[in-house]
Design a protein around this ligand. Sequence first.
Ligand code: ZN
Ligand code: ZN
Length: 373
Amino acid sequence: MNDYYEILGVDRDADQAEIKKAYRKKARQLHPDYAGPESEEAFKELSVAYETLSDPEKRRMYDLGGPDALRGGGAQGAGFGFGDFFDAMFGGGFSAGFGSSAPPSRTQRGKDQRVALEITLEEAAFGGVKEITIPSYVLCHACSGSMCEPGTEPATCANCRGSGVVVQVQNTLLGRMQTQAPCPACQGYGTTIPSPCHECSGTGRVRTTRTLSVEIPAGAASDVQLRQTGQGEVGPGGGPAGDLYIVIREKKHPVFDRHGDDLHTWITIPMTTAALGTDFQLDTLDGPTAVTIRPGTQPHEEIVLDGLGVGRLQRPGRGDLHVHIEVEVPTKLDARSRELLEQLAEIRGEEHVQPHHREQGFFERLRETFTGQ
Ligand SMILES: [Zn+2]
Ligand SMILES: [Zn+2]
């Protein structure tokens, strides 16, 4: 037999409110109507634990001798019905009459918030921490979300005696008609706030800007959403905050184009460098990096620098940096350059245009067929 306190997940000195809250939470998870028949045993166990601990007398006996003390006293299985279950789930009133329920709470969960965050390519490549400042609702510090001026408390609404509803009786041709409507004095909440907090005008939260640090994962890209649980707006009545979604916008880089995790960049080299080759330093995201242009490099050739691209999102490793090479041919030649190039051409026998030599193509064969040549 498991410990009842463990079954409910509460401390041994938990008060009745805590026990009830813990039971509601667990009952939602374990109730066979929601969780399926396999949870039936666990739900029964939970019910027994709650039945015992929610009754001060039974709890005292349990504390003295554990569940055996109760069994000996014959208290086990003493009718724990669905009325108890619904009372615990929905805050009482359910078994008092179908259709009636506790008034709604003024405290509600806050809205989720969505903000855009612009990052640089460097931040996308390596990840990092960035501060953002956003307009938001935060908990009112003066009243800690109670909505009441410090030292005061909400009062039970006198108009509806805390039920949140008023019954209106109308005489019609068909007889007396009863209708229920939200109480106008308390807007259906069942309580009034006699002295609203001066700081938040009785709303439990204040509008302000807040700054928070956001961890940007390496590999982040435009439209990636970072969810920050509980960092959205604090709800009305100081309710729990919603979530914050940070939508990444990546700034265009002047030199590097990003395709997935790979980067592409273009360099132009003179035709002499293409022919002779050279070593030079290329500025990459990792700083100056040695690059070798081999002698005889052709236009549109590409050099791939492994692992100098963008970090992979939620995976180890990085993409590559592709260096695309353009070869520049001089458009204006001075007399000396022209002379040297003419000499070079002569040495290499390059004075004439060489046609491409190809296999005989389809059109040539077709022509021969028709002309008989
Ligand atoms: Zn306040
Ligand atoms: Zn009322």
